[in-house]
Design a protein around this ligand. Structure first.
Ligand code: SF4
Ligand code: SF4
Length: 145
């Protein structure tokens, strides 16, 4: 079984380390995100996207609704977004090869910071790709990427 927690994805950063008000320096590895179908936007066993109160308020302003309404519509439990049947984030758009986050301007801090100034583990770990690629391909309606 893959030790996802050790490698970590964007879904695995402790809350205290992800809450920030400062603008982070651009991550040199984020360039790959422009050409990636968003592997990190799928929930893997042992990983969770942590959504903070600040994230919820940002989303509330984005949709011009109350924080509580954001929680009701989009959260599973107190601190993470709902996922679709294939394990993808509720805000991930199907059928597109890249730029798939439908709330990009209002996405959570954790999504902004990943892969934390390191090479993205989803792109360099064959076992992670093997887990997530079939789901990505299905949502894109392709047989190979
Ligand atoms: S962080 Fe990694 S998996 Fe996520 S979009 Fe960027 S390259 Fe893809
Ligand atoms: S909010 Fe956007 S970037 Fe974050 S997991 Fe969902 S689809 Fe991906």
């Amino acid at each position: 079984m893959v030790a996802v927690k050790e490698v970590t994805g964007m879904n695995d950063k402790p809350l205290a380390e992800t809450t920030t008000t400062a603008t982070p320096a651009p991550c040199p590895f984020r360039v790959y995100c422009d050409y990636c179908p968003g592997y990190c936007c799928y929930r893997l066993p042992g990983s969770t996207l942590f959504v903070t109160a600040t994230d919820i308020n940002r989303l509330a302003r984005h949709f011009a609704i109350a924080d509580g309404e954001v929680r009701r519509r989009y959260l599973e439990g107190r601190n993470t977004f709902k996922v679709k049947e294939d394990g993808s984030c509720i805000f991930l758009t199907d059928g597109r090869l890249n730029c798939r986050c439908s709330i990009h301007e209002a996405r959570p801090d954790q999504c902004r910071l990943f892969p934390y100034d390191q090479q993205c583990p989803y792109l360099i770990r064959a076992d992670l790709l093997a887990q997530i690629s079939p789901k990505v391909e299905k949502s894109l309606g392709v047989t190979a990427l």
